[in-house]
Design a protein around this ligand. Structure first.
Ligand SMILES: [Mg+2]
Length: 167
């Protein structure tokens, strides 16, 4: 069981090269919204985040948002990205992952989840046999930010790889 341990980690989604994901064999990317694509509470996505999501599609990857948020904000983000949305996904329960993969026409092991929380984003992905990439929470004031930095200090992280940096 891989549990909460991510398959790769990055400081920001913007550091993730779509071509590397394609080379890894992924066909689709499921994206968390809050603190992954935008700081929690932000009213809209940055142009950089929108451009990065488009670069995923340009590389041939399917893209869906899988958010635990029920808010209208998640709907607006999905519209801005022109991407399907599973909101109120209740990660780490598996239903949202399965639905998103069905929307994109891929099986769960062909997709990768990208999110900022081990116990929701990563754990739920692994439950459906999907790889998961952990990114640092965008909101610097979020306690998870501190948690992430501490985690990077820990020995347990040494075995992880930043998949853009291997040769
Ligand atoms: Mg999040």
């Amino acid at each position: 069981m891989r549990g909460i341990r991510p398959d790769a980690y990055y400081v920001s989604v913007l550091d993730i090269d779509p071509d590397v994901l394609v080379k890894r064999g992924y066909r689709a990317v499921l994206l968390d919204l809050d603190n992954t694509l935008q700081p929690r509470g932000a009213s809209e996505l940055s142009p950089e985040a929108i451009a990065w999501v488009q670069s995923l599609r340009d590389a041939g990857l399917g893209v869906a948002l899988v958010s635990n948020s029920m808010r209208e904000r998640a709907v607006r983000a999905a519209q801005a990205l022109d991407a399907p949305l599973v909101r109120n996904a209740k990660k780490p329960f598996v239903r949202g992952y399965v639905r998103a993969c069905a929307m994109l026409g891929v099986s769960c092991n062909q997709a990768v989840m990208i999110g900022d929380q081990s116990y929701t984003d990563v754990l739920g992905a692994h439950r459906v046999g999907m790889d998961a990439i952990l990114v640092m929470p965008q909101s610097g004031s979020d306690p998870l930010h501190t948690h992430f930095l501490r985690m990077l200090d820990r020995r347990s992280v040494r075995g992880m790889r930043a998949i853009g940096s291997d040769s």
